[in-house]
Ligand binder design. Structure first.
Ligand SMILES: [Zn+2]
Length: 137
């Protein structure tokens, strides 16, 4: 089962490449802009996440995939890097990749000339974590 944190991170990465989220049966498409602000998720992203949460992720999925957010949060899925493009994708917990990396229909991706999507983790927090790890040794 993928953690909420990992699913948010998965969505945030793909939103940065312009992949939209299909919201439930209405078929409404969401794409928060910007995805991040000041080293954390933007209010637009939080609003999008709130709407997904309202539906418990049911019938919500990233365009071009068939893994619903609900199934990611409730069954044997984990978020791991895609073998082709290194972006976070859902894999079955046994280490089997799904055949549904959203990069499948993106002929121009991976593109090393573009800035890579990133996680809204502030550098400071990251450094503190490394420092914490060093101190615990
Ligand atoms: Zn991929």
């Amino acid at each position: 089962m993928a953690s909420t944190q990992n699913v948010r991170y998965y969505l945030a990465y793909w939103f940065q490449l312009g992949k939209k989220l299909v919201l439930g049966n209405s078929g409404e498409l969401l794409l928060p802009e910007p995805v991040m602000k000041d080293g954390t998720y933007s209010s637009q992203f939080e609003e999008c996440w709130r709407r997904i949460s309202e539906l418990k992720g049911k019938d919500c999925y990233l365009e071009g995939t068939n893994s619903t957010i609900n199934s990611l949060l409730s069954s044997a899925w984990e978020i791991s890097p895609c073998a082709r493009c290194d972006m976070p994708i859902p894999v079955i917990d046994l280490g089997l990749p799904s055949n549904t990396c959203p990069c499948g229909d993106m002929a121009h991706w991976p593109n090393l000339e573009l800035p890579q999507p990133r996680s809204p983790v502030s550098t400071k927090k990251h450094l503190n974590r490394i420092k914490g790890r060093l101190n615990s040794k």
